[in-house]
Ligand binder design. Structure first.
Ligand SMILES: [Zn+2]
Ligand SMILES: [Zn+2]
Length: 89
């Protein structure tokens, strides 16, 4: 089964799917990443709108020695600039 049943979001720092969605009092959605133990705002791919984007901190749980200049979109494969503040504002 590969049907997409919901809007999938990955942590924009590590690309982890181990995240929870929650609602904030102001109505905006936010997410908690269990791997990073902190909240983040999803980053959207400018090409496909997906929120499954690799992070500049680590891939597959292994930290990068040097942060990459670009990161890849899991949904459409585009390379987009890596964020210096991957958790959002
Ligand atoms: Zn994370
Ligand atoms: Zn994309």
């Amino acid at each position: 089964m590969s049907a997409i049943t919901e809007d999938r979001v990955h942590c924009p720092a590590r690309g982890s799917a181990d995240v929870d969605r929650r609602s904030r009092p102001d109505g905006r959605r936010t997410h908690d990443c269990h791997r990073c133990s902190r909240a983040f705002e999803p980053r959207r791919c400018p090409h496909c709108g997906g929120a499954r984007i690799e992070g500049p901190i680590a891939v597959s749980g292994a930290p990068y020695e040097t942060p990459p200049a670009t990161v890849g979109c899991w949904d459409c494969g585009a390379n987009i600039p890596a964020l210096r503040e991957p958790y959002g504002g």
